[in-house]
Design a protein around this ligand. Sequence first.
Ligand code: SF4
Ligand code: SF4
Length: 278
Amino acid sequence: MIISIASGKGGTGKTTVATNLAVSIGSHVQILDCDVEEPNCHLFIRPAIEETRTVTTPVPEVDEKKCNLCGKCAEICQFSAIIVLGETVLSFHELCHSCGGCMEVCPENAITEVPRELGIIETGHRNGLEFVHGKLRIGEAMSPPLISEVRSYTRADILTIIDAPPGTSCPVIGSMKGADFVLLVTEPTPFGLHDLKLALGAVRILGIPCGLVINRSDMGDHRVRDYAKQENLPVLMEIPFDRQIAEAYSRGEMAVEVMPEWKNRFLALYHRIEEIVE
Ligand code: SF4
Ligand code: SF4
């Protein structure tokens, strides 16, 4: 089973839920941190990293000696990542989506692919918990290919928990697609409600069953709960504001480490998800 943990906005407690859930389950589970722009599951999981590898994507390089300036490459590129300007062909690697179209249509075989670094992937373990995350290269804007690489570590024989990036754009969709369940995390504030509506809209388009965790549930107002009821979105867990949890978070510790009673609450959350998926 694949559970993707998502939220419309950052700072709602998504990583708290993902890491505490994974550590509570403990074995036969992997956590994939797909928030590649700002991965932070490792700060709490503290895995022993065993392997680091660089991820690249192919981008075009034009041999000007072979090029006849026909412009076919620029015509097919939907991202304006390659253009003919006067007597030269310019390619903008940071705009390229690596579709290979320009290379296919070039009549002179003037285009070859060269690798462009996107970031790194690190894998490791914490006891029986398998850990994978991606770190996007600083200045890199193209996160979906790195997210796909992180997701390629998904194992069919164990539970996969994905920590998705915040928001509702391509990287989030890439982190939710193919999941069996999406757990949305929000807080009961007007901002939380606004972004929950966007996130739920995206999940419903993908047609994935979902549920809600309300973090800092004793703050804010009732509108998130009213909205969940109106949308038949089951509230699977509420986490009230707790100074002990907040202090543990600031030290890079998880709620289940400092307050072991939370382990049963996260296990109950997992069993409710199992029931819904089944
Ligand atoms: S590989 Fe695709 S996206 Fe990149 S420059 Fe060529 S046509 Fe454009
Ligand atoms: S398609 Fe090939 S030959 Fe034509 S402009 Fe592009 S690189 Fe040059």
